[in-house]
Design a protein around this ligand. Sequence first.
Ligand SMILES: [Zn+2]
Length: 180
Amino acid sequence: MGDFSRKVRMGIDVGGTYTKCIAIDNATHEIIGKNEVKTTHDAKEGVALGVVQSFKSCLTDCGIAPEEVVFVAHSTTQATLAFSISDIVIAHEIFHAVENEHEDEIWTRAYNRTLWRVGRFHYKSHIACLSEIGAMAFAKRLNNLTWCPFLLDALLIYGYSKQSASSLYKSMIHRGDAIN
Ligand SMILES: [Zn+2]
């Protein structure tokens, strides 16, 4: 075993076009190596192949021994898109099923607003969108999503009208709370 006094941190990012790897000296934070390969969308191993390729090349091209690597960070814009729509829909419907079973006590169903009041008469209504907000929040939590699944609404509308889909998307992003 050699003397691996240098410690190296590696970061890999899978982007839509390129998979990039970067190596940083753990002590000085100096960039000591870089590598990029085309993201391997069509590979049998998927984008993982490009991750391995860029990682290995970064090590060999920059003379970094595997033993020097003390930390690897992996981020990707692809992972946030690698979700299963059916998992989200199922989670959403599970929430509604639970709501149905606990209709009388669950807040999303039981919460009422008085819409109007005349003398002793008043009209109360529950707020339908609470159920949908709850179901989406549940789906988000259950699927560990980093984005709000309400964004799917924009995707689903896209097939019917590109214009209303993009304006819905814009208004969601603009509010910011839709993606948090
Ligand atoms: Zn729903």
